[in-house]
Design a protein around this ligand. Structure first.
Ligand code: ZN
Length: 437
């Protein structure tokens, strides 16, 4: 399969492959795919994960019939159309083992790697956030802040991932990147969404096709903006997810970004600088009305990748704080993001990437780009040694970021994969999972 996809990538680069030959994104709920999770979780654990991590607003319960021995998932709030029934394990001792797409902690412990190759047998996906180059404008990720040169976040993310890859490979990991160039992986373009978006916008505004108001310039701009959003957020992300599923489901997905504050797209600078790391969860009340979103949420919950995600999230936090001792991001709307353990930098949030990527997934959002410290360091790019910048003497921020990313994955995985010294039992998932109780 991987050779096939490599071939597709090469042909695609040559412009000879049509969309039909790329792996298909998931477009509708695939409830039978959850069949393998029968009796793999107790009712208590299911409810704990649902209420504490995945849907603290409890709004999804409108679509559930939660009995003692099973839970029924319905299409509608009237609970007339049944999608799926999940039977619970009767007790912790009776939890049925499931073959997951990623290595669980107990499987990682069986690797018993030497200390110099802690990631041997571990498959990683690096997903540098966004598209870049000439596409960055469309995504509103190409900005000039103050007197600093233009920064395209997608290009910076790609550089960081390329710097991290050899470090991870040297530790024994098999590493795959979602893209090697700043170009989109989806063959679709904004123009492919124009007609569908136009119809939707006219319907929302109650305008007929022949209404003169439907040709207003302001309306044309809204339609274009929404078609672009459908291209770079919906189509691009779901194609990356489909490609990852076709390559191999990884043991861990890392999506590296740089953060920015609201209104940063219009060039607004701030003095503040914060970071946050995001795992999948905390689906908001209105997000539960979408059946595909509900399906993805239950897929993630039943996958039970939380303890691995928390361990990597905590390790990333420690490594990033060594670069700069910045405060955590502040969130107001608690229905859309929630803490999962005692790490104030780690939040659960429902994002397109972590919702759709198979297996554990962490989104890194360190450093506000629209603050002088970050903008100057990003503008300085990738360089050897230390440079005197107006914010002080610094190594390349891109390299420091790549080292933190690789160092954190190595540290988190080594605790499981490296054969423990005889007197030291390896840490287990129980401690990490207990943090959200
Ligand atoms: Zn970003």
């Amino acid at each position: 399969m991987r050779r096939f996809v490599l071939l597709v990538s090469l042909l695609l680069a040559a412009g000879t492959v049509r969309a039909a030959e790329l792996p298909e994104p998931i477009a509708k709920p695939d409830w039978p795919s959850l069949e393998k999770y029968q009796r793999s979780i107790t009712r208590r654990e299911f409810c704990r994960l649902l209420d504490k991590v995945y849907n603290p607003s409890k709004t999804v319960r409108r679509y559930l019939n939660l009995a003692d021995e099973f839970v029924e998932f319905f299409t509608d709030e009237e609970k007339a159309q049944l999608d799926f029934t999940l039977h619970f394990a009767a007790s912790d001792a009776k939890v049925r083992p499931v073959h997951r797409t990623f290595k669980t902690v107990s499987e990682l412990k069986e690797l018993r790697n030497p200390p110099e190759a802690p990631l041997r047998g571990v498959r990683l996906v690096l997903d540098p956030g966004h598209i870049g180059g000439k596409w960055a404008d469309i995504e509103e990720r190409s900005v000039v802040w103050g007197n600093h040169p233009r920064i395209r976040e997608g290009d910076m993310n790609l550089l960081v991932a390329k710097l991290a890859r050899p470090r991870l490979a040297a530790a024994g990991a098999e590493v795959h990147m979602t893209h090697e160039t700043p170009d989109p992986v989806t063959p679709l373009r904004p123009k492919d969404f124009l007609e569908e978006t136009r119809r939707a916008v006219l319907a929302e505004k109650g305008l007929a096709e022949d209404d003169p108001a439907s040709r207003r310039e302001s309306l044309r701009r809204i339609i274009l903006w929404r078609a672009e959003l459908a291209f770079y957020r919906k189509a691009e992300i779901s194609q990356r997810a489909a490609n990852i599923r076709a390559w191999y489901p990884p043991d861990f997905n890392i999506c590296n970004h740089f953060n920015a504050t609201e209104y940063s797209g219009s060039g607004q600078m701030v003095n503040d600088n914060r970071m946050v790391f995001l795992i999948n969860g905390c689906y908001g009340p209105d997000e539960m009305d979408n059946p595909l979103t509900r399906f993805f949420m239950f897929s993630k919950l039943l996958e039970q990748s939380l303890s691995i995600e928390m361990a990597v999230g905590d390790a990333i936090t420690r490594h990033m704080l060594k670069i700069a001792n910045l405060p955590p991001a502040k969130y107001g709307r608690e229905k859309y993001q929630c803490r999962v353990n005692d790490n104030p930098y780690l939040y659960a949030r429902n994002l397109a990437v972590s919702r759709q990527y198979p297996g554990p997934c962490l989104i890194l959002e360190p450093f506000y780009m629209n603050t002088s410290w970050t903008a100057e360091r990003l503008a300085a790019g990738d360089y050897d040694g230390v440079r005197q910048l107006s914010c002080g003497p610094h190594r390349s921020l891109l390299r420091e970021y790549a080292e933190a990313l690789a160092g954190a994955l190595i540290e988190a995985y080594a605790q499981w994969t490296v054969a423990p010294k005889s007197s030291q039992p390896a840490p287990d998932t129980g401690a990490a999972a207990a943090a959200v109780r």
